[in-house]
Design a protein around this ligand. Structure first.
Ligand code: R5P
Length: 282
């Protein structure tokens, strides 16, 4: 049985259809004091697959409640699917006094699950923070699905070296093209500086590939460079379209026409589903 978090209902439904499993009749409520409540209904799943992205603090709480309710309902096995794992980017102490937030949330999630599956976490090593077996699946190939068949001399570009493997995956799924990456220096939480490579982009269609679009700074700076260098069409793709704060405005101001994201986060640009990739692990 599939137990969706409130922010992962579309993906959970796709996954249920893919696996031929029932969707639990979950309900979500918020109490007057602001606390959340996730109920799974009167069900008795043998295996409970909790599917919940944790992009907000409330989503983390909902996930813990769904796991707990599944155990209360007698589930023999609980599998936790984190399509998007929140706090995964704080995976070390960057400055004295900081927590390793991804380890803290992984420990909490581990308390009531037998297995964890996460999709394209920022660093795969985050899986080591979970107590039960945890695996990271790579769903980036689905980002190639909506691309036009007739890209001109396509270049699949990572905005920094950390995303080059994603760009290679999307390029391979598309079937033709070259890959390259820019250098990125992060100046603050919402400011980055992009140093372009010497790849010739003039007149070429460029597909920029990243794991997350958060504030949109990385993508909008990359696009400014590509526009300066007279790239033809620019397609912005990412696995996790977080689109926080004014990201949509930043991308629009940069002249982006097409953003393609997956349904690890339910946003207007979540054009492709990771359901088949996740289902293959279940
Ligand atoms: C960081 O290295 C990630 O891969 C993304 O590039 C980053 O999280 C995007 O953040 P933003 O959209 O805020 O620039």
């Amino acid at each position: 049985m599939i137990l969706p978090g409130s922010g992962s209902q579309a993906l959970a439904a796709e996954l249920a259809a893919e696996l031929g499993e029932e969707l639990a009749p979950v309900e979500f409520e918020r109490f007057p004091d602001g606390e959340v409540m996730a109920r799974i209904g009167d069900v008795s799943p043998e295996r409970a697959v909790v599917v919940a992205s944790t992009a907000t603090s409330d989503a983390h709480l909902e996930l813990l409640q769904l796991q707990d309710a599944a155990r209360e309902a007698g589930a023999d096995e609980i599998v936790t699917v984190l399509p998007y794992m929140g706090y995964a980017r704080q995976d070390k102490v960057f400055n004295p006094g900081e927590p390793v937030s991804s380890r803290a949330v992984a420990r909490a999630i581990s308390a009531n699950t037998d297995r964890v599956i996460t999709v394209n976490p920022h660093e795969e090593a985050v899986c080591e923070f979970f107590d039960p077996a945890a695996e990271a699946v790579d769903a980036a190939a689905v980002l190639a699905e909506p691309l036009p068949e007739t890209l001109t001399e396509p270049l699949f570009l990572a905005p920094d070296d950390g995303a080059i493997e994603l760009a290679e995956t999307v390029c391979a799924a598309y079937g033709e093209g070259e890959t390259d990456y820019f250098e990125k220096k992060r100046l603050s939480g919402s400011e980055v500086e992009i140093s372009p490579s010497d790849a010739n982009v003039t007149g070429r269609d460029v597909v920029v590939v990243d794991d997350i679009i958060a504030t949109g700074s990385t993508m909008s700076e990359s696009i400014a460079v590509l526009n300066d260098r007279d790239a033809a069409r620019v397609f912005v793709t990412c696995v996790h379209p977080l689109l926080a704060q004014n990201a949509v405005t930043k991308l629009a101001r940069a002249g982006v026409e097409t953003v393609i994201g997956t349904d690890t986060l339910e946003r207007p640009v979540s054009e492709v589903s990771v359901a088949k990739v996740v289902a293959a692990q279940l």
